[in-house]
Design a protein. Structure first.
Length: 146
């Protein structure tokens, strides 16, 4: 009988005692941690990103080409850079200079960019340009600054 009683007696040192949780609770906790890290990273990005870090020239050039080159050919006589124009191709609060070059001619629109180019965003795009003799291959350079 003594043997039988000792077999019923459980020694706590011989059994591993581990806490377990259900997989659903673990997934919910993981989701909460991921959401928290995402919110933290988004907030830091919004705090430390200044307006000068944003790319402005690329989207501005794309809008100018979309508005003034319907069909892939830019008519340089119809380009406007005024923020009050109907096209609104230049972001509010910013100034832009648009330069269009072909082999035979060039056009400049807007004020000259500041000499200090550290705060000027610039982009160059290739585009077909309408000229007197038809269509010539050219480039458009868009510079945007505040």
């Amino acid at each position: 009988m003594a043997n039988r009683d000792s077999s019923l007696h459980v020694n706590p040192d011989s059994i591993e005692c581990r806490a377990q949780t259900s997989p659903i609770v673990a997934l919910i906790a993981l989701f909460a941690v991921c959401v928290g890290v995402s919110l933290y990273a988004t907030t830091l990005t919004d705090i430390f990103q200044s307006s000068s870090d944003r790319e402005l020239a690329g989207p501005t050039a794309d809008r100018i080409i979309d508005i003034h080159a319907p069909g892939g050919v830019l008519d340089p006589t119809n380009v406007t850079v005024a923020p009050t124009s109907a096209s609104m191709s230049v972001p509010r609060g910013y100034q832009a200079n648009i330069s269009i070059y072909t082999d035979s001619d060039e056009w400049q629109y807007g004020p000259h960019p500041p000499v200090d180019n550290t705060h000027t965003d610039s982009v160059t795009r290739s585009v077909g340009v309408a000229v007197d003799s038809g269509v010539d291959w050219g480039i458009i350079i868009v510079r945007v600054w505040q």
